[in-house]
Design a protein around this ligand. Structure first.
Ligand code: AGP
Length: 607
């Protein structure tokens, strides 16, 4: 998704804007640009491609000034080129805007503005915003912004600067994230904490229909058409350096190797002796106990975590748990019950489809419990109950450490709820907690196999198709393994329930097809062995993920990766690690852009 930065202050404007854009680049983009006001004059530069293209454009400029905005664009309307890059400009009125979101009525607005003589240069929806502001600009930029907002339908976070009022940036928010960083004699604007944290940890999260007038000495907030308001300042505890690569080649590899530490941190935050505690839950035990159905909705990797949670919640908490893809959940005429809770799982807390679902649920008076990583995100702030997955900033577009954090957190929530409902005993709880505490060491053991996993990647990286199969709790693992491979290496990969092989996918099997078989010790192990034999009988190549000490499986494996023995319910946390590494090494071998895969964004804030 698009990234927005803005700055008003005394520092080197070009540096603050470019560094900010660089810190947003992990979100995925195809063009970038900045606009500034210097000595009362508006200037701007923008270009398709990576940010270093923009830096080349600026290298001979001596940029002065104290007010500026910047943008990384992830194209929705109009191809990635200079004209469609932001800032979008109204030249006669010397106004520049940067925008994240989708203006759903832009065609009708564009027709009206064209008929009034406004000149459009781009194919973007965003350009209507700058011309609307120009249309309404008489004496007061804020008034023009408010009048423009009344015409806009859809979602937006935009920042605007104008020569007419050269000492400020005005920003407005509806449906897309926007954060104000509060400094000393300087203030920062961004769509993402990552661009603000290096400068200040005091931030204000804007809410829908908020407008902010950002100057170096003060930031004023108001609601569209309303009075000025006070906003709460949040102090962020994240450390900016944790978003750096720390010597790894890619953020994704760093985040894969962070996983043992992340889980240790989660365990230390959430487990106190033999008790599980969620500091931020914002939902009473009574509400949880009386819940007769959890309806989980999420996207992508988070949806896979939800599928694992279903097995756990139904097996241990003995509560009906449904799981749906957010974009499907929204349009289903769901049969609902008074004691249902809608659950959102989201790393970013900004995924448009997931956010739309919780808004719809709340409009129907459902309670919403969300599992998010980014504190202060829109889903966090709009949910009734909240549980943080505490994986720290996840920069790689492909989710790794946060997926494992989601699984661990969902497992802990399952134990918490099960113990509340007495569906597991205190002794069971102690046993399950003590096994969970060994998981970080087990992951370390798997990570020690990285070179043998890399060798497997070197053996298979030229194949253009992969199949991933698993059963039970590891059926979602197969989906996740396939998603990891496809999203960073662009190889077509499918995850399947192994029991479905004979219902179609077995037709794919031949000597050219590598099949990743997730076969830890479990009640369905023997069935998995049968499935692996079916693959072998048709000359399929089997890359088997098996439990340490299981030697009988070796005769069915072309290649094998070992995981330590754990209870079945914990195996998804371990089986995904080899698949993360396998996908990573294949993508590196193919020279793919591992951290910013083509066409993808870290947070899909548009539908
Ligand atoms: C996973 O590797 C992808 N980056 C993507 O599927 C992601 O999980 C999905 O877009 C959901 O994002 P969220 O967890 O931030 O809501």
């Amino acid at each position: 998704m698009c990234g927005i930065v803005g700055y008003v202050g005394y520092r080197n404007l070009e540096s603050v804007l470019l560094v900010g854009l660089e810190r947003l680049s992990y979100r995925g983009y195809d063009s970038s640009g900045i606009a500034i006001i210097s000595d009362g004059e508006l200037s701007y530069w923008k270009t398709p491609g990576k940010i270093h293209e923009l830096e080349k454009l600026l290298q001979n400029m001596s940029i002065q000034g104290h007010v500026g905005i910047g943008h990384t664009r992830w194209s929705t309307h109009g191809e990635p080129n200079e004209v469609n890059a932001h800032p979008q400009i109204n030249a006669p009125h010397k106004i520049a805007i940067v925008h994240n979101g989708i203006i759903e009525n832009y065609q009708s607005l564009k027709s009206k503005l064209l008929s009034e003589g406004f000149l459009f240069r781009s194919q973007t929806d965003s350009e209507v915003i700058v011309h609307l502001i120009a249309r309404y600009l008489q004496d007061n930029l804020l008034e023009a912004v408010e009048r423009a907002m009344l015409d806009l339908e859809g979602t937006y976070a935009f920042a605007v600067i104008a020569e007419k009022e050269p000492d400020k940036v005005i920003v407005a928010k509806k449906g897309s994230p926007l954060i104000i960083g509060i400094g000393k004699n300087e203030n920062f604007i961004s769509s993402d904490l990552n661009a603000v944290i290096p400068h200040t940890k005091d931030v204000i999260y804007m809410d829908d229909m908020d407008i902010a007038i950002v100057e170096s000495q003060a930031v004023l907030f108001k609601k569209l058409g309303g009075a000025y308001i006070e906003k709460e300042i949040h102090h962020i505890t994240w450390d900016a350096t944790s978003a750096d690569k720390n010597g790894y080649d890619h953020y994704m590899l760093k985040e894969i190797f962070e996983q043992p530490t992340i889980i240790r941190n989660i365990i230390s935050k959430t487990i106190d002796g033999d008790h599980i505690k969620f500091d931020s839950l914002r939902m009473s035990n009574e509400e949880l106990i009386k819940t007769t159905r959890f309806i989980i909705q999420a996207c992508g990797t988070s949806w896979h975590a939800g599928l694992v949670a279903k097995y756990l919640m139904e097996r241990y908490a003995r509560v009906l748990t449904e799981v749906d893809i957010s974009s499907e959940f929204r349009y289903r005429q769901m049969i609902t019950g008074i004691n249902d809770i809608v659950v959102a799982i989201s790393q970013s807390g900004e995924t448009a489809d997931t956010l739309a679902c919780i808004r719809e649920a709340k409009s129907k008076f459902f309670k919403v419990l969300s599992f998010v990583n980014v504190q202060g995100s829109t889903i966090d702030r709009e949910s009734d109950g909240i549980i943080y997955t505490n994986s720290g900033p996840e920069v790689g577009v492909a989710s790794t450490k946060n997926y494992v954090a989601q699984l661990v957190t969902l497992y802990l929530f399952t134990l918490y709820l099960s113990h509340l409902k007495w569906s597991i005993s205190s002794n069971d709880l102690v046993t399950m907690i003590s096994e969970l505490k060994r998981i970080p060491d087990y992951i370390d053991q798997i990570l020690e196999q990285k070179e043998s996993i890399r060798a497997i990647a070197d053996k298979y990286y030229q194949h253009r198709e992969f199949l991933f199969i698993g059963r039970g709790l590891n059926y979602p693992s197969a989906l996740e393994g396939a998603l990891k491979l496809k999203e960073i290496s662009y190889i077509h990969a499918t995850g399947y329930a192994a029991g479905e092989l004979k219902h179609g996918p077995i037709a794919l099997i031949d000597e050219h097809l590598p099949v990743v078989c997730i076969a830890p010790q479990s009640p369905t192990y023997d069935k998995m062995i049968s499935n692996i034999q079916e693959v072998r009988a048709r000359k399929g190549k089997t890359i088997v993920i098996a439990t340490e000490g299981d030697h009988s499986i070796e005769e069915f494996a072309d290649d094998i990766i070992r995981i330590p023995h754990v209870s079945e319910e914990l195996t998804p946390i371990l089986t995904v690690i080899p698949m993360q590494l396998l996908s990573y090494y294949i993508a590196v071998k193919l020279d793919c852009d591992v951290d910013q895969p083509r066409n993808l964004a870290k947070s899909v804030t548009v539908e």
